[in-house]
Write a new protein. Structure first.
Lengths: 205, 198
């Protein structure tokens, strides 16, 4: 989905709030959230792709104002409710207040029927796909051309696995793009490497 | 007048929302509280940047290890007793050179090789870094205190699949000949993300 989470290349953001070697956690509840979602994954209640997608499904107004670990908490709660482990009513009764959840999911999809094996040096284009469900193609590479640098081992296909759709594992390719190709005349010069699933790619003749 | 007044409900404070889930899972016999303690120990005491620092220091002093690390990161870090979650199937180690600066990010969320370089800090997961670093890399690095010479090429790595990355910084020349343990002491998480000099 073209959601709020897909931030790469968006403009208008201010300075990075950087302090050297900042801590990962600030409050005890953040550590608990991190542990609880990892625990649910370990129990097999949901997988990492479902977890990521439930964060992406948060309404933009909530997504932008929630802290990182509140987003994590919202995904955890949404999936526990969707999987029938808990109900929203129970959560709100226990929490004594509203418990905002992510919006419902759109359907997923399986692998592309026209997958190709690529070699380092091959020129590839990112397919012009608009996907209503989970997808791990950042919007800024859609339709763009790059060069394959290497292949990673086969991974579960996230567009399917976030939606309990049958699919085959497939490789991802490290594809190198020039920033000037991604944002012509509107980016600092750099090479941008993106891990791209095979289904998202087509060969450039 | 009706005898009931509408109840204005507010969003529960985040801590109470966490309590609600933890208690509800505990009451179903899922032992969430036990798991929280076990996973807290992992997150706070074992998934720390000192792991990656040991890897970097070893690569600086042992050229054969460095080659293995660049060829297959996951297998090489296992030699040092370090492991990665099942879904991190591949660790790619990005070697900085005097004319090449690698920097890693996750524009869509927060993916990192967290068992090796530590869990990511706020700024890495914030909207600003995610939106800007792929498009305004040199500007962003300069703002963060890393002012690169114009001839240095920047390579940004967006963690959008389940391959994970870490940066192998250039060894500062004044540390040549130091023992491995002392070298590990100068390697920081931010250096392994690629946003800070050592």
């Amino acid at each position: 989905m073209d959601g709020m989470h897909d931030l790469g290349g968006r403009q208008g953001f201010g300075a990075i709030r950087y302090t050297p070697n900042a801590r990962a956690f600030h409050e005890a509840w953040e550590v608990r959230v991190n542990s609880l979602y990892a625990f649910a994954v370990r129990l097999g209640i949901f997988n990492m792709d479902e977890y990521r997608h439930a964060i992406e499904r948060m309404e933009p107004r909530h997504y932008l104002t929630a802290s990182y670990y509140e987003r994590s908490l919202t995904s955890l709660a949404t999936l526990l409710v969707e999987k029938g482990i808990l109900t929203r009513e129970e959560l709100e009764r226990r929490a004594q207040g509203l418990f905002p959840l992510a919006a419902p999911s759109a359907p997923g999809r399986t692998n592309s029927p026209a997958r190709e094996r690529f070699q380092p040096g091959d020129r590839v284009r990112v397919r012009d796909d608009y996907v209503p469900g989970h997808v791990r193609m950042p919007g800024y590479i859609r339709g763009k051309t790059g060069v394959v640098v290497s292949e990673s081992p086969d991974y579960p296909f996230p567009d399917a696995r976030a939606h309990a759709v049958e699919s085959q594992d497939e490789p991802t390719y490290d594809v190198r793009f020039r920033s000037d190709e991604l944002w012509p005349h509107s980016a600092d010069a750099a090479l941008v490497h993106v891990g791209v699933f095979q289904s998202y790619l087509e060969r450039v003749a | 007048m009706p005898d009931h007044t509408p109840v204005i409900k507010r969003t529960a404070p985040v801590e109470r929302r966490v309590d609600a889930i933890q208690q509800a899972l505990d009451e179903r016999g899922l032992k969430a509280t036990e798991a929280v303690e076990e996973l807290r120990e992992l997150a706070e005491e074992q998934w720390i940047p000192q792991n990656g620092a040991r890897v970097v220091a070893r690569a600086w002093v042992d050229p054969a290890f460095r080659e293995r690390l660049l060829a297959n990161g996951r297998a090489a870090v296992a030699e040092l007793g370090l492991s990665m979650p099942k879904h991190h199937r591949h660790l790619v180690v990005l070697e900085n050179r005097p004319t090449v600066q690698n920097v890693i990010c996750c524009t869509q969320c927060s993916c990192t090789a967290f068992t090796i370089i530590g869990l990511p800090p706020d700024w890495y997961k914030d909207l600003e870094y995610r939106a800007r670093v792929v498009r305004e890399s040199r500007t962003v690095l300069k703002e963060m205190g890393l002012d690169l010479a114009p001839q240095v090429e920047i390579r940004v790595w967006d963690t959008t699949a389940d391959t994970r990355y870490m940066v192998l910084p250039v060894q500062p020349p004044e540390t040549i000949g130091w023992p491995e343990e002392k070298l590990a002491g100068i390697v920081t998480r931010d250096g392994m993300i690629g946003v800070a000099p050592l």
